[in-house]
Every structure is written in structure tokens, then in C-alpha cells.
Design a binder for this molecule. Structure first.
Ligand SMILES: NC(=O)c1ccc[n+]([C@@H]2O[C@H](COP(=O)([O-])OP(=O)(O)OC[C@H]3O[C@@H](n4cnc5c(N)ncnc54)[C@H](O)[C@@H]3O)[C@@H](O)[C@H]2O)c1
Length: 274
């Protein structure tokens, strides 16, 4: 069986980490970004598209013949509202409409912990905060991720598209500070999570934490495990190195006990205009 997976925002940090990991025999990766991804190397089954997710015609073309869309494209940090609105919210609307019109049956949406950034550690039940928490965004960026999830829900309910929204913690090669010891998702676990989303048996709508099996987790892995995401990595192997020169997590400091960390107390996008 052959399949085509469209990845938007494929030239970003997460897309670059996933590109080699999601390559599989029989799978074409169609990589789309504002900045054209590098063309495929020898043996790499890759198509590249330079386009914006806000471009309706380009997205229709990009979705034609795709079996699934992994939507990563957009602004990935707090920013003034206009850019967030255009790229993240309207861009996702365009992606969902194009996917639906092309008959794509499966979409994976990059949400974020910042959709629910104001929950705090003390609120976590045994087993961790569930992945379907009601939104409590910490920024305009977080608001856009709530909208991304809402668009996913809408297109699932209306058209039966399978939609997985990933409330990603931080997917980088290594954690780098005390908080990232619980927000970390290793690149290999990231690929495991995307693969699980690409293999669900029943069309559904779900929110899932994008994190590894970290010793310090207080966000639940249950929703991911329900679709076969069984992370293998643990940030604890980096803990000694990271905590050298740092104090342990200080829960008296809001940024250290809140899901969204310093996004909760940093400047809002409206204050970044000047
Ligand atoms: N990396 C993480 O740990 C993390 C954590 C939480 C959420 N996320 C989400 O995952 C996604 C990818 O994150 P990332 O770390 O790779 O971000 P990134 O900023 O490194 O990459 C984003 C990519 O999207 C592209 N892009 C921006 N606007 C676009 C548009 N209008 N059309 C097409 N492409 C556009 C950019 O050119 C860039 O290559 C984002 O949606 C981000 O919000 C990532």
C-alpha cells in the first residue's frame, strides 16, 4: 500500500526532526512550508512545496491525493494578533477546508500546552492532568491553538475526518532546563506519536499531550496510550546535567508550576507591537 502524507510547516524545527523519522517505504512525504524545504535526497520519497497555508489554491493542490495531513505550519511563539490570526487561525481553517474538499480522511494538528497554560501542578490528579482539559490559554498564541482544536472538532463532527490535536510540550533533541524535564518529548517519541495518530482505527477527535515518558511528568499519557502511543524516552537521563547550576524546580515561582511556564507571565502579543 502506498500513502501520501502532507506535512505543513515542514521546514521548521519539528518538521525537520520528523522528516527522517516519518519516512517509510511506500510513503511519500509532501513537505510544504513558506520557506521551501530541501528537495529529497537519494532514496528519499519526498515532494516539496513552497506555499503558505493561508493560500487556498495552493492548499487545494497540496491536499490533492493526500491520505493524511500533519499540520505544523504557523507561528510557534507569542506574537502580535494580526499574524497569529492570519497564519494560525485562518491558516488552519484553510488547511481543514482544503483537506475536506480533497477527501483527506485524517488530520493531525499541532496544538500546544499553551492552549491550557494556566493549569498548575497542584491541580493535577493522580496520574496527571488529563489531555482534554478545558482551554485556559496563556497567550494569543495559546488562543490560536484553542481555535486550531475547535476547527479540528468542527471538521470531525461535520465531515467525520479523524482529527488528533497534539498538546505538545517541547519536542527538541534534549531538554534544557528544569521545566523541560516534564515538558519534553523526544524526537523519536514525537515520531511514535505521529505514527499512532496516522494509524487510528476509528475516526475520532481527540486531544493528546505530546510528551515523553518522563519521570517528572504531571500530564497524563492516558489519551495517547488509548491510540497506541507508548513513549519510550525519559528526560531523567539528562536531569543531573541540567540541574547542575540550576536550583530544583521552585514551585513558589508561578512560571515553574504552571503548564505554560514563562508564557503565562511574559508579554502578551499586543505589547509586542511597539
Ligand atoms: N516544537 C515544539 O516543541 C512545539 C511545542 C508546542 C507546539 N508546537 C507547534 O508545532 C508546530 C511546529 O513547531 P516548530 O517548533 O517546528 O515551529 P517552527 O517555528 O520551528 O516552525 C514553523 C514552520 O512553519 C512555517 N510557517 C509559518 N507560517 C506559515 C504559513 N503561513 N504557511 C506555511 N508555513 C508556515 C515556518 O516557515 C516554519 O518553518 C507549530 O504549530 C507549533 O506551534 C511545537
Amino acid at each position: 500500500m502506498t500513502e501520501t502524507v502532507l506535512i505543513t510547516g515542514a521546514n521548521g524545527g519539528l518538521g525537520r526532526l520528523m522528516r527522517p523519522r516519518l519516512a517509510q517505504p511506500g510513503r511519500t512525504l509532501r513537505l510544504l512550508d513558506l520557506v521551501q524545504p530541501e528537495p529529497g535526497g537519494p532514496g528519499e520519497d519526498v515532494e516539496v512545496i513552497e506555499a503558505s497555508v493561508t493560500d487556498e489554491a495552493a492548499m487545494r493542490t497540496a491536499c490533492a491525493g493526500a491520505d493524511a495531513v500533519i499540520h505544523l505550519g504557523g507561528i510557534s511563539v507569542e506574537s502580535p494578533w494580526a499574524g497569529i490570526l492570519a497564519n494560525n487561525i485562518d491558516g488552519t481553517r484553510v488547511v481543514m477546508e482544503a483537506a475536506r474538499d480533497a477527501g483527506v480522511r485524517r488530520v493531525v494538528l499541532a496544538s500546544s500546552n499553551h492552549a491550557v497554560g494556566f493549569y498548575e501542578m497542584a491541580e493535577a490528579p493522580e496520574g496527571g492532568l488529563p489531555a482534554d482539559l478545558f482551554p485556559r490559554p496563556d497567550t494569543y498564541y495559546g488562543v490560536s491553538k484553542v481555535a486550531v482544536e475547535a476547527l479540528g472538532s468542527l471538521f470531525h463532527e461535520r465531515y467525520g475526518i479523524d482529527v488528533s490535536c497534539l498538546r505538545i510540550g517541547s519536542c527538541f533533541e534534549k531538554p534544557w532546563d528544569p521545566r523541560s524535564l516534564w515538558t519534553w518529548m523526544s524526537p523519536d517519541d514525537g515520531a511514535r506519536l505521529f505514527e499512532a495518530c496516522l494509524a487510528t482505527s476509528e475516526p475520532g477527535f481527540r486531544t493528546i499531550w505530546g510528551i515523553s515518558r518522563n519521570t517528572r511528568n504531571w500530564w497524563s499519557l492516558e489519551a495517547g496510550e488509548a491510540i497506541g502511543y507508548h513513549p519510550k524516552d525519559d528526560s531523567e537521563v539528562f536531569a543531573a546535567e541540567i540541574l547542575e547550576g540550576w536550583t530544583e524546580v521552585d514551585l513558589a515561582v508561578p512560571e515553574q508550576r504552571l503548564v505554560g511556564g514563562k508564557f503565562c507571565t511574559g508579554p502578551l502579543g499586543r505589547d509586542q507591537n511597539s
